[in-house]
Design a protein around this ligand. Structure first.
Ligand code: PLP
Length: 412
């Protein structure tokens, strides 16, 4: 793709096929984007406009769980595209009923609401928790206990839930409904409960925050606390759910089920779709008229998500994720040991792993781009490794070589 730079104005121009110059500032500058343009994907690889192949350990931030252009997903979407794309939620949607039942069968839940993103899934979770109490006559209950370094999305309510200054700056007034406590600290969580508390919300594995893993005991303690005080337990599995940790849902390992759970990222394998799952008790008051979404759960999204489940629910899929995780993790442990001026340690679970760095994490991501490997930063100076769950052993070995090469460049 021909490309020019107008350095006086700091703009980068791309030439479209028609030869028109397009300023990158035509797109609102809410991202500090890397100057890479991809044209297509094949499994674990993204291929740039000038035919460079990049090993994808970003996966669209844990979205492309089945890699790129997975034949079963392509076929399902093409098939649905020729039938009908959209249909109002004023009518029954076959794909929704099917997907809801499959998610229910695979989880703690009794019912599902479909939306288009993670933040919307959290909004539904927050509304469901408030309504559970308020429609039940407990009008004073609206506050939610959340964790420090959490990430729940970019709407006004979810930036307040995340509580991070960098996301709240300039968007006052903050939705005043969230009480933050240190992640993993049960005593502080219990101390934060008041008459106004409606729920507790936590990511079983923090994604953006830097790959902190909730221990089984922590989740058990939160469950006991919720039961003792009549609160709802909400999990945000937008990033850690859908096979990412080696189980369909991250909470499974702990055996501690929530009352409400938000899903999105990998649910559609790249097609935008989110879901809020709940027990029938928690969702008892979510009756006609209480919540909605124009696009949520439309036939295209449902075709994509059902195709993702076809693959993930197949015999052996999760076992392979666990095997791949062991291989990657032991390779990363060796990598850290032999590059201890660059890396401090490995974090996370399954194929949701992070390298805690001594050097700035952004430098590692940049060095890896030179090695033609894509990763993404997380909080606490961590580099996130989020490969497609379908990644082969050979690709994992290649990734470890690229990581080692990048580390050698950065070694001090
Ligand atoms: C990405 C993410 C969200 C927000 O999802 P969007 O689709 O960007 O709205 C919420 N929670 C967690 C844990 C996430 O990783």
């Amino acid at each position: 793709m021909p490309r020019g730079q107008d350095s006086a104005r700091g703009l980068v121009f791309y030439e479209s096929e028609e030869g028109q110059a397009m300023s990158t500032q035509a797109v609102m500058s809410t991202y500090a984007r890397t100057d890479l343009v991809f044209e297509r994907g094949e499994g674990s690889w993204l291929i740039s406009a000038n035919d460079q192949r990049f090993l994808d350990f970003n996966s669209g931030i844990a979205v492309n769980a089945l890699g790129h252009a997975h034949p079963h997903l392509v076929e399902a979407l093409q098939d649905q595209a020729g039938k009908f794309w959209h249909c109002s939620n004023l009518y029954r949607i076959d794909g929704q009923e099917k997907l809801a039942q499959r998610l229910i069968d695979a989880s703690f839940a009794d019912t599902a609401f479909f939306c288009n993103s993670g933040a919307e899934a959290l909004e539904c979770a927050i509304k469901t928790a408030r309504r559970y109490h308020q429609a039940g006559g407990r009008y004073e209950k609206y506050r939610i206990i959340t964790a420090d370094n959490a990430f729940h999305g970019r709407t006004l309510a979810t930036i307040a839930a995340g509580g991070q200054a960098k996301h709240l700056d300039g968007f006052a007034p903050v939705v005043d409904a969230f009480d933050h406590v240190p992640f993993g600290n049960l005593n502080e969580a219990r101390a934060a409960v008041t008459e106004e508390t409606a729920a507790v919300l936590v990511e079983p594995v923090q994604g953006e925050g830097g790959l902190a893993v909730a221990t089984d005991d922590y989740l058990k303690g939160l469950r006991a606390m919720a039961d003792e005080f009549g609160l709802l337990l909400i999990y945000d599995e937008v990033q850690c759910g859908m096979g990412r940790t080696g189980n369909m849902f991250a909470y499974e390992k702990s055996g501690v089920a929530p009352d409400i759970m938000a899903l999105a990222k990998a649910l559609g394998g790249g097609f935008p779709v989110g879901a809020c799952l709940a027990t029938s008790e928690a969702a008892e008051h979510m009756v006609p008229g209480t919540h909605g979404s124009t696009f949520g759960g439309n036939p295209l999204a449902m075709a994509a998500a059902n195709a993702v489940l076809d693959v993930m629910l197949a015999e052996g899929f999760m076992a392979r994720v666990q095997t791949a995780s062991k291989k990657l993790r032991s390779g990363l442990d060796d990598l850290v040991a032999s590059n201890d001026s660059v890396f401090e340690g490995v974090r996370g679970r399954g194929l949701m792993l992070g390298l805690k760095c001594h050097v700035p994490n952004g430098d590692v991501v940049s060095a890896l781009i030179h090695e033609h490997m894509l990763t993404v930063v997380a909080g606490d100076n961590v580099v996130r490794l989020l490969p497609p769950l379908t990644m082969s052993d050979e690709e994992i070995e290649l990734a470890l070589e690229k990581l080692d090469a990048a580390a050698k460049v950065l070694a001090v």
